[in-house]
Design a binder for this molecule. Structure first.
Ligand code: F0G
Length: 461
């Protein structure tokens, strides 16, 4: 097709529909009040456009649904497992493949073996569950994302990269024998869904070889990352996204994947390793907690759908649409004057709520205020990634705020059409009109850990 700018169209048509409930502003106000002003506590029926997460919220294809019918539910050696194992071996180049029920199960198995109180893990950015599983073993998790990532608006192609200088420095300081692994998160979810370059990954591999440190790839969005490499990095434009993913995954000693993202399924995970002795230890834990080695926590039908999803996700037309549709939302928001993390990442758009609602102090949670307004105004569910999620208290009970006050709009795969996204953009016009009158929120209830999931709030008068 010609390079002319045309409407971004979905490379699929719709065979089955799921109705959305239309609600009024008054209805949503009441629903939100009942939910303690925390959209995590809303019923999904009361949400119109759900941008809470891209995890497990995607739509499966006709081929995947036929795979569901073909799933082999045998306890051991199921046909669906043989299919999945073949696809994953081909993708990762790794010999030992373990199925798990989702990403954090793979993390728990691997990091409880590698971790321990004398160990340190180093990452571009550990995702929350990754950090939690590491810290649970008593180990330390250090994030060293590259310097370019500090400026949320700076235009740079691979802001998900790790800081290589700091990596060497930490390994030398701690002693290589105390480093359990370097964990590369691609794309880097907690740092704006930004991609990691092949160059950076190869440099990490070299450093890991020099110091005999293990390299783990947390690659739940590996296909999306590969598209960015193909588009932005020199010498990759004539390679397919699958070839790029194969090359990148081959650099790792282990791969953990929440298949709920680029696996294109609603539930599932993978753990793959190159080393046989490590695989035996992992399999022991898998059997104790997840299930036998040929199903992990999955049904045969789940494995069948995942085997198909892992092939479909590398369709170049799909990836082109996927990344460009996320960019479309972010670019249009930016044009309206909404401050966004730039460039736009793969699976989500991140808004700088501190800048947008600059009259609301951080201890009154500007991100939460925006999340609430998006719901009341348009039935849109998003998530605060700021001081509600990451804030801590000092000994006097004063908030130690997070580095940024962001709001994430995560885009489920193959679920919403451009008109849904245009509707989201319309709601932001309303937000812009009202933003100066907006006030903050105070927390009325919070649990000890991971408070964002269940905290309650109250508007500040
Ligand atoms: N690693 C990364 C980079 C993730 O983004 C996630 C999940 C996990 C691991 C854990 O996988 O949920 O299957 O156990 N991210 C979701 C999100 C929850 O909304 O970003 P899981």
């Amino acid at each position: 097709m010609s390079e002319k700018m045309r409407t971004l169209t979905e490379p699929f048509k719709i065979k089955m529909v799921e109705p959305l409930k239309m609600t009024t502003e008054a209805y949503r106000k009441e629903a939100l009040e009942k939910a303690g002003y925390n959209p995590f506590l809303l019923r999904s029926d009361d949400v119109f456009i759900d941008l809470l997460t891209d995890s497990g919220t995607g739509a499966m294809s006709d081929k995947q649904w036929s795979g569901i019918m073909l799933g082999d539910e045998s306890y051991a050696g199921a046909r669906s497992w043989v299919h999945l194992e073949k696809v994953v071996k081909d993708l990762t180049g790794m010999e030992f493949i373990l199925p798990t029920h989702q990403g954090r199960a793979a993390e728990r198995i691997l990091y409880s073996i590698l971790g321990g109180s004398d160990k340190t893990f180093i990452s571009n950015t550990h995702f929350d569950t990754t950090r939690a599983n590491i810290e649970y073993t008593g180990a330390q998790a250090i994030d060293i994302v590259c310097r370019e990532a500090e400026d949320v608006e700076a235009d740079s192609p691979f802001k998900g990269n790790i800081d290589l200088e700091k990596l060497v420095q930490i390994i030398e300081e701690k002693g290589a024998e105390n480093i359990a692994a370097v964990v590369m998160t691609v794309t880097n979810n907690s740092s704006g869904g930004q991609p990691v370059s092949m160059e950076n990954m190869k440099a990490v591999r070299k450093i890991c070889d020099k110091y005999h440190v293990m390299m783990v790839i947390d690659g739940c969005r590996i296909a999306e990352n590969s598209f960015f490499v193909q588009q932005r990095e020199a010498n990759f434009s004539d390679k397919s996204c699958k070839e790029i993913a194969q090359e990148m995954l081959n650099l790792g000693d282990a791969f953990v994947m929440s298949a709920k993202k680029d696996g294109m399924v609603n539930m599932g995970g993978l753990l793959t390793v190159k080393d046989e002795a490590l695989s035996v230890k992992c399999k022991n834990l898998l059997i104790i907690s997840e299930g036998f080695t040929t199903y992990g926590g999955l049904s045969g039908r789940d494995m069948e759908a995942l085997a198909i999803g892992l092939v479909e996700v590398f369709d170049e037309d799909y990836l082109n649409y996927r990344i460009k549709s996320t960019t479309y939302l972010g670019q249009k928001l930016k044009e309206k004057g909404i401050p966004v993390v730039w460039p736009i990442g793969g699976h989500a758009v991140y808004i700088d709520a501190k800048k947008l609602y600059n009259q609301i102090p951080v201890d009154q949670y500007p991100g939460q205020a925006l999340v609430i307004d998006l719901y009341i105004q348009g039935g849109i569910r998003s998530v605060e990634v700021g001081s509600v999620m990451f804030g801590k208290y000092d000994s006097a009970g004063k908030l130690i705020p997070a580095a940024n006050e962001l709001v994430r709009l995560a885009i489920p795969r193959r679920v919403y059409t451009q008109s849904h996204i245009d509707y989201v953009l319309d709601i932001f016009d309303d937000i812009l009109e009202m933003k100066d009158q907006k006030k903050g929120y105070e927390i009325t209830y919070e649990p000890e850990f991971l408070r964002h999931f269940t905290a309650n709030f109250k508007p500040i008068k």
